[in-house]
Design a protein around this ligand. Structure first.
Ligand SMILES: [Zn+2]
Length: 74
Protein backbone atom coordinates (compact mmCIF):
# COMPACT_ATOMS: atom_id res chain seq x y z
CA UNK A 1 0.00 0.00 0.00
CA UNK A 2 1.41 3.34 -1.06
CA UNK A 3 1.85 6.17 1.36
CA UNK A 4 -0.87 8.74 1.26
CA UNK A 5 -0.59 12.31 2.39
CA UNK A 6 -3.52 14.50 3.26
CA UNK A 7 -3.27 18.26 3.63
CA UNK A 8 -5.94 20.48 5.11
CA UNK A 9 -6.95 22.83 2.30
CA UNK A 10 -7.58 25.61 4.77
CA UNK A 11 -4.77 25.63 7.36
CA UNK A 12 -2.19 23.38 5.70
CA UNK A 13 -2.08 20.77 8.48
CA UNK A 14 -0.73 17.49 7.19
CA UNK A 15 -1.48 13.88 7.95
CA UNK A 16 0.74 11.19 6.55
CA UNK A 17 -0.60 7.71 6.14
CA UNK A 18 1.62 4.70 6.61
CA UNK A 19 1.45 1.23 5.14
CA UNK A 20 0.16 -0.37 8.32
CA UNK A 21 -2.39 2.30 9.04
CA UNK A 22 -5.54 2.78 7.06
CA UNK A 23 -6.50 6.31 5.94
CA UNK A 24 -9.84 5.97 7.72
CA UNK A 25 -7.97 5.63 11.03
CA UNK A 26 -5.49 8.38 10.28
CA UNK A 27 -8.18 10.80 9.13
CA UNK A 28 -10.55 10.38 12.07
CA UNK A 29 -12.32 13.69 12.56
CA UNK A 30 -11.28 15.06 9.17
CA UNK A 31 -13.72 16.08 6.49
CA UNK A 32 -13.56 15.51 2.76
CA UNK A 33 -15.35 17.50 0.11
CA UNK A 34 -15.63 16.16 -3.40
CA UNK A 35 -15.81 18.91 -5.96
CA UNK A 36 -17.35 18.01 -9.29
CA UNK A 37 -15.79 20.41 -11.75
CA UNK A 38 -17.48 18.88 -14.79
CA UNK A 39 -16.94 15.80 -16.95
CA UNK A 40 -13.63 14.15 -16.07
CA UNK A 41 -12.87 16.73 -13.43
CA UNK A 42 -13.26 15.59 -9.85
CA UNK A 43 -11.26 17.02 -6.99
CA UNK A 44 -11.08 16.08 -3.34
CA UNK A 45 -10.45 18.65 -0.66
CA UNK A 46 -9.50 17.64 2.88
CA UNK A 47 -10.16 19.60 6.03
CA UNK A 48 -8.90 18.88 9.53
CA UNK A 49 -11.95 20.35 11.28
CA UNK A 50 -15.31 21.98 10.60
CA UNK A 51 -13.85 25.44 11.22
CA UNK A 52 -11.39 24.92 8.36
CA UNK A 53 -14.18 23.63 6.15
CA UNK A 54 -16.30 26.68 7.00
CA UNK A 55 -13.42 29.09 6.35
CA UNK A 56 -12.85 27.49 2.96
CA UNK A 57 -16.55 27.56 2.10
CA UNK A 58 -16.86 31.18 3.20
CA UNK A 59 -13.90 32.16 1.04
CA UNK A 60 -15.59 30.60 -1.99
CA UNK A 61 -18.92 32.26 -1.29
CA UNK A 62 -19.56 34.79 -4.06
CA UNK A 63 -21.47 36.99 -1.62
CA UNK A 64 -19.58 39.87 -0.10
CA UNK A 65 -18.94 39.05 3.54
CA UNK A 66 -20.42 41.35 6.17
CA UNK A 67 -17.00 42.05 7.65
CA UNK A 68 -15.86 43.41 4.28
CA UNK A 69 -18.87 45.71 4.02
CA UNK A 70 -18.42 46.91 7.61
CA UNK A 71 -14.82 47.85 6.79
CA UNK A 72 -16.17 50.77 4.75
CA UNK A 73 -18.61 51.81 7.42
CA UNK A 74 -16.18 54.00 9.35
ZN1 LIG B 1 -7.24 22.75 9.03
Amino acid sequence: MAQAQFICRSCGKQVRGSADERPCERLAGWLMVTEWGGPGSVGNCFFCCTDCLKAWADARDPQVPDVFIRAFDR
